[in-house]
Ligand binder design. Structure first.
Ligand code: DCP
Length: 634
């Protein structure tokens, strides 16, 4: 098999996804210029999804709904629901689950975002080939397929031809160029069969969910993703490797998957190129010398359309997060504001994590807390992680606040300076909830992951008590509730899907959680890391319980921490990841900073990489307005 042509990979992306979800809920919106907007208070709300009919009028994402109506007076505006004072995306997430379920019947899939998934079709294509005697692919089975680079006639010749006619001519010409004699097995023939499967899969998705999508079919994820965007909506595009040089000749480096950020910029600046195709003029030695062995070799292949990143079987998201922007005058300046919003975000997180444990039997172990400061144009100014001790909003919010506070230098100002324009909470590092697969009902239903993590717990007096004493009654009560929910859903859903929890419905906590709640244990730090408890944490605990120390971990508290007031919201003096301190600050707060640094050594996440991805992933959860919009109110 030719180098780089070994696999058949597809990327499927839903068309104007949120709009389609709203159109299914309200069929009157179908086939009309329509947008989905978030919030209403400023200029009719910010647009986050646009139907193709509305795009034809020049309406784009990030416009204000009022401005868009000036371009298209008949524009229909659907609103994102709200809960906990922020956007509630439950309906879109549930729709995404429906789609993924259908897709995964056709091949191994990797969910890439709320509305797109990669599929490795290599094995499925191989199976089909075995059953095809003449190895002919019928033109009429590729009804919505384009082949990039075909027809290969000069542009002038095609001028004036209908796009659909050109499409059909292209597929015909390309199919004609394939060797389809019995027993033939070329990489291009495999792409054609992959395209057949994707046609069937897309038809299946539309039939079962009512949603339309587009797709790209090629030999790797990079090309599949690129191909998918070439002929949207409701179309799919085959990108043969032979058509890559022509396409790459005028394709900006930043348009390639993984090259939209820093690496892409360093390629453009370092090599003085604009388009990805220009990188082919550099030898492998030149590229490895400049970018290192691994990246250099990868880039050498990539600019030729070759990539080997596998499709990682994953139908569930890597992280579950929620965030909220506070643009312009809405920026947070007081502890009370930060506390309040952290609590709202934590409520949503608790609800979704509990739902995830119940539906998919997995629990998250890591909590990431991110903030952006006013004046920072990056997605996130900084973020830190700590162990996710238990699924309880109060606990999550207090841990998050402790983290944010510990990043502050000491001081007694009430105002945050600069104010915060984004708060983000994200849970990750999922693993199977013990008992979920073994069918242990009590463990599956228990909402306290600490029990599962075998971490000692303390009662109000500080005595260690086995948490499993969580009343059997409460477990039975929850089991009954779950059964009832399933029954109701079975009745209301003819598709007999897995029970989807209702949007905005607050997951009820078990007695165990309620009982453990007042204990307000400190964050559990990762093994091998030092655990520290600040006075802030101490004071926030009404029971003044001592920190729970994990075996082999070290507890450290400084005098300065003891003296610092949890109610004060000192200025945040971080400029990006780098903290600059004045002499005075150094003197007044050195010990608390040392402590803070020690605590936060749990994990530091560079804002440009992981956290930006998290914020983007939360774009599924939260729309990030462009800078010019951030000055306006919510
Ligand atoms: N989304 C969002 N905020 C963003 C980007 C997207 O809330 N900044 C939401 C709305 C979209 C959905 O995610 O409907 C999927 O995003 P896509 O980028 O895939 O865009 P669409 O599906 O809306 O349109 P397209 O047909 O161009 O893919």
């Amino acid at each position: 098999m030719d180098y780089g042509k070994e696999r058949v990979i597809a990327l499927v992306d839903m068309d104007c996804f949120y709009v389609q979800v709203e159109q299914r809920l309200n069929p009157e919106l179908k086939n009309k210029p329509c947008v989905v907007a978030q919030y209403k208070t400023w200029k009719g709300g910010g647009i986050i999804a646009v139907s193709y009919e509305a795009r034809a009028h020049g309406v784009t994402r990030n416009m204000w709904a009022d401005d868009a109506k000036k371009l298209c007076p008949e524009l229909q505006v659907a609103r994102v629901r709200e809960s906990h004072g922020k956007a509630d995306l439950t309906v879109y997430r549930n729709a995404s689950v429906e789609v993924i379920k259908v897709m995964s019947r056709y091949a191994v899939i990797e969910k890439a975002s709320i509305d797109e998934a990669y599929m490795d079709l290599t094995a499925t294509v191989q199976e089909r080939l075995k059953d095809m005697e003449d190895r002919q692919v019928q033109l009429d089975l590729l009804k919505t397929t384009y082949v990039q680079g075909f027809p290969q006639t000069t542009e002038g010749h095609l001028d004036g031809l209908d796009k659909e006619v050109q499409r059909s001519l292209g597929v015909q010409e390309w199919l004609g160029s394939l060797c389809c004699s019995p027993g033939s097995d070329s990489p291009e023939l495999r792409l054609a069969i992959g395209a057949l499967i994707v046609e069937e899969m897309r038809a299946g998705v539309e039939k079962e969910t009512g949603f339309r999508c587009s797709a790209g079919i090629s030999h790797n994820k990079v090309l599949a993703k690129l191909a998918c965007g070439l002929n949207k909506p409701n179309r799919q595009t085959i990108l043969p490797l032979g058509s890559v040089p022509e396409l790459f000749r005028s394709l900006p480096v930043s348009k390639i998957r993984n090259l939209g950020g820093k690496l892409g910029s360093s390629i453009v600046e370092g090599l003085e190129v604009e388009n990805i195709g220009e990188v082919t003029q550099f030898t492998q030695a030149q590229l490895t010398q400049r970018f290192g062995d691994k990246t250099g070799q990868w880039l050498f292949d990539l600019c030729r359309g070759i990539d080997f990143e596998p499709v990682k079987p994953r139908q569930l998201p890597k992280s579950i997060g929620c965030s909220k922007n506070f643009p312009g005058r809405a920026a947070l300046v007081t502890t009370a504001q930060v506390q309040n919003w952290l609590h709202q975000l934590a409520l949503e997180l608790e609800e979704r994590l509990s739902e995830e444990r119940e539906m998919n039997g997995r629990v998250a172990k890591l909590l990431t807390v991110g903030v952006r400061q006013a004046g920072d144009s990056r997605a996130c100014s900084f973020s830190r992680c700590c162990a996710l001790a238990r699924y309880e909003a109060t606990k999550i919010a207090s841990d998050a606040l402790a983290i944010i506070k510990s990043l502050n230098t000491a001081g007694s100002h009430q105002a945050a300076s600069p104010p915060l324009t984004l708060l983000l909470l994200s849970a990750s590092k999922f693993s199977e909830a013990p008992g979920a697969s073994s069918g242990c009902m009590a463990s599956f239903l228990s909402s306290d992951i600490n029990t599962k993590q075998k971490v000692p717990t303390c009662d109000a007096k500080g005595d260690a008590t086995p948490r499993r004493a969580a009343t059997i009654q409460s477990l039975l009560h929850r089991a009954a509730e779950k059964r009832e929910r399933t029954e109701t859903q079975k009745q209301s859903s003819p598709l007999k899907q897995r029970p989807l929890l209702l949007s905005g419905k607050k997951q009820e906590r078990t007695e165990t959680q309620k009982q453990s709640s007042p204990l307000k244990r400190p964050p559990l730090l990762l093994s091998g890391e030092k655990q520290e408890k600040t006075e802030t944490q101490k004071q926030s605990s009404p029971l003044k319980q001592p920190p729970v120390l994990l075996s082999g971990e070290k507890q450290e508290r400084t005098e300065t921490q003891k003296q610092s007031s949890p109610l004060k919201w000192p200025p945040l003096l971080f400029s990006g990841e780098k903290q600059e301190r004045t002499e005075t600050q150094k003197q007044t707060s050195s010990s608390s900073q040392v402590a803070a640094r020690l605590q936060l050594r749990v994990r530091q996440v560079t804002p440009d990489s992981v956290t930006s991805k998290l914020v983007k992933r939360c774009a599924g959860d939260w729309h990030l307005p462009p800078p010019e919009h951030r000055l306006a109110g919510l």
